[in-house]
Write a protein that binds this ligand. Structure first.
Ligand code: BES
Ligand code: MN
Ligand code: ZN
Length: 547
């Protein structure tokens, strides 16, 4: 008998805080400038932020931006000079905070900044490019956590691309990892309101830009939160229930398979991996269906042809290695082994949120790879959803097994135009690329360009690795259609796993993203927090937008 479900219910009650994503900072666009804005005299405005140069990389002198000049005129303080004397270089992601003095009560003199916010944050913008503005936004978020209301002049970076980057950086940088303390207060602590002063720039364009940024950032927060959650809370059943609740909230169709249904319908891979665990596996699909306007939007020449994009995300709620038990230190971070599923789920929700013209389905195979008397063994042969037989050779390569079921299902039942799987699949990817580049595999050149371009624009960057044909024979099995892992001392672990997955995509247009390195970061870096990063949500959203 399995006892996982009853225990899961108790925990769900206990960590209710995780049933929702905390509110993001509120972003407001205002058509005024620092020189004249009446906002600056409002009591709850606690910080004023301006972007300062340098205008060019390698430029030593700070070149005051229009925003900095406006602030200087309003306050009667030369802020560029102040920053320069403090050794501030204007490098992207750095800040200089000026706390303006109040006059001593016994003097009663008048200061030019009387009645204005006394905390000024000068933000380095580096070259002023998208990545640098994202870093500037993230830096501002970190120094305004305790503020009620922040006013920022973005001038001269008020075009929609620049606003997007700065706001994105702010929202991503404002995330705080949930804590499970006895107080349970860390989640949902109030976020500041941020007012963007954009001068004459048309507000409605910028407001819709901000909305789309918020959708991606909220998705990233959701993925980070789910990935950071401990495995004793997020059983496969819990994640399935959470996915269902989120789909319901968004008005999306979803379906959940329990273990009996999975076995009955031939999902032999998920069943095999899950067998050693006391926690039942689940498979979840969530579908977003775009509503086409009656005027035929989606048909006209300048609008892309709507496609069905299926996102398959690896959802190991814990990976102990199974019978190939991991060493203690490797096991510590394995609650993150469902990051792919978290990202796929968050992406379909964000695609709905931002009204993507494409149909998007997330397919989430959820299971726990545990050590037990019933665990699947090396030497076993399993049959996956599409009928392929696999000779098990290393129970720690469990991701490939659950994904083969999910990819087979997606290919055979969902009629995808494009299939993308995203998975914390191999430690070899981390060895090769570290924590700030994901591995991209595809044989489709155009698709490789789309995904790499999306990576460059979002900062969630990918590096393409080859699906070396000559390596394929190392997966030949004497017993089954294919071996789970390569025979002999083959090396190229990330590529071998990619070659294994390729078989299950068949002839469908397909890309594989190995996020083993990028799903968690070892240190905070600009908009990327330490721990769960949510890497992939913005990459996939931007990929959808570029199709
Ligand atoms: N979940 C791991 C991969 C992983 C390792 C992700 C480190 C994040 C950080 C995966 O299931 C695994 O164990 N892969 C094996 C593959 C091998 C058995 C072919 C690995 O990387 O050692
Ligand atoms: Mn594993
Ligand atoms: Zn794994």
């Amino acid at each position: 008998m399995r006892s996982g479900s009853a225990r899961g219910e108790v925990l769900k009650e206990r960590w209710k805080a995780f049933d929702s994503v905390p509110d993001l900072p509120d972003i407001v666009v205002a058509s005024s400038s620092l020189e004249s804005s009446a906002l600056l005299t409002e009591k709850d405005v606690t910080t004023v932020a301006v972007i300062v140069g340098p205008a060019l990389p390698g430029d030593d002198d700070l070149r005051p931006t229009p925003g900095a000049i406006e602030a200087s005129l309003r306050y009667g303080v030369d802020f560029a000079d102040l920053a320069e004397r403090a050794g501030f270089t204007g490098e992207a992601g750095t800040t200089h905070i000026a706390l303006l003095p109040r006059v001593h009560s016994r003097r009663g003199a008048h200061l030019p900044w009387d009645g204005l916010p006394l905390r000024i944050v000068l933000l380095g913008s580096g070259s002023g490019g998208p990545a640098d503005l994202r870093h500037a936004g993230a830096a501002l978020a970190k120094v305004t956590r305790d503020d009620d209301r922040v006013v920022i002049s973005l001038a001269p970076f008020v075009d929609s691309g620049s606003v997007r980057s700065a706001v994105e950086g702010y929202l991503l940088g404002a995330f705080r990892a949930p804590r499970l303390t006895s107080q349970q207060t860390a989640v949902g602590s109030a976020m500041p309101q941020v007012v963007l002063l954009v001068g004459e720039e048309p507000r409605d364009t910028l407001e819709s830009e901000v909305q789309s940024v918020v959708a991606g950032a909220r998705g990233t927060w959701l993925a980070r939160q789910l990935t950071a959650l401990p495995s004793d809370v997020k059983t496969p059943q819990w994640v399935a229930a959470r996915a269902g609740a989120l789909a319901d909230q968004a008005g999306l169709e979803y379906r959940v398979w329990d273990e009996a249904q999975l076995s009955e319908e031939g999902f032999g891979g998920i069943a095999a991996v899950s067998r050693g665990s006391s926690r039942e596996a689940r498979l979840v699909t969530v579908t977003y269906e775009p509503v086409l306007n009656s005027d035929g939007a989606g048909q006209s020449a300048d609008v892309p042809k709507p496609q069905h994009v299926v996102l398959v995300g690896k959802g190991m709620t814990y990976d102990s290695g199974g019978l190939a038990l991991k060493p203690r230190t490797s096991m510590v971070s394995m609650k993150s082994d469902m990051a792919g599923a978290a990202v796929a789920l968050a992406t379909v929700l964000a695609a709905a949120d931002s009204r993507s013209p494409h149909r998007v389905t997330a397919v989430l195979p959820l299971a726990e790879n545990a050590l037990g008397g019933a665990s699947y063994r090396p030497g076993d042969v399993i049959r996956t959803y599409d009928g392929t037989t696999v000779e098990i050779t290393n129970p720690d390569a469990e991701g490939q097994i659950v994904l083969s079921d999910a990819l087979g299902y997606a290919r055979l039942r969902l009629e995808p135009d494009l299939l993308i799987d995203i998975a914390t699949l191999t430690g070899a990817t981390t060895t090769a690329l570290g924590h700030h580049r994901a591995a991209l595999f595809t044989t489709d050149e155009a698709l490789a360009e789309v995904v790499a371009g999306a990576g460059a624009r979002t900062g969630e960057q990918v590096w393409r690795l080859p699906l070396v044909r000559d390596y394929r024979s190392a997966l030949d099995s004497e017993l089954a259609d294919i071996r789970q892992t390569a025979r002999g001392d083959q090396g190229a672990g990330a590529i071998m796993a990619g070659l294994f997955m390729q078989r299950f995509a068949g002839d469908t247009r397909w890309a594989h993203l190995d996020i083993a390195g990028t799903a968690r970061s070892t240190a905070e870096l600009h908009e990327v927090p330490e721990g769960a990063t949510g890497f992939g949500v913005r990459l996939l959203l931007e990929t959808l937008a570029a199709l």
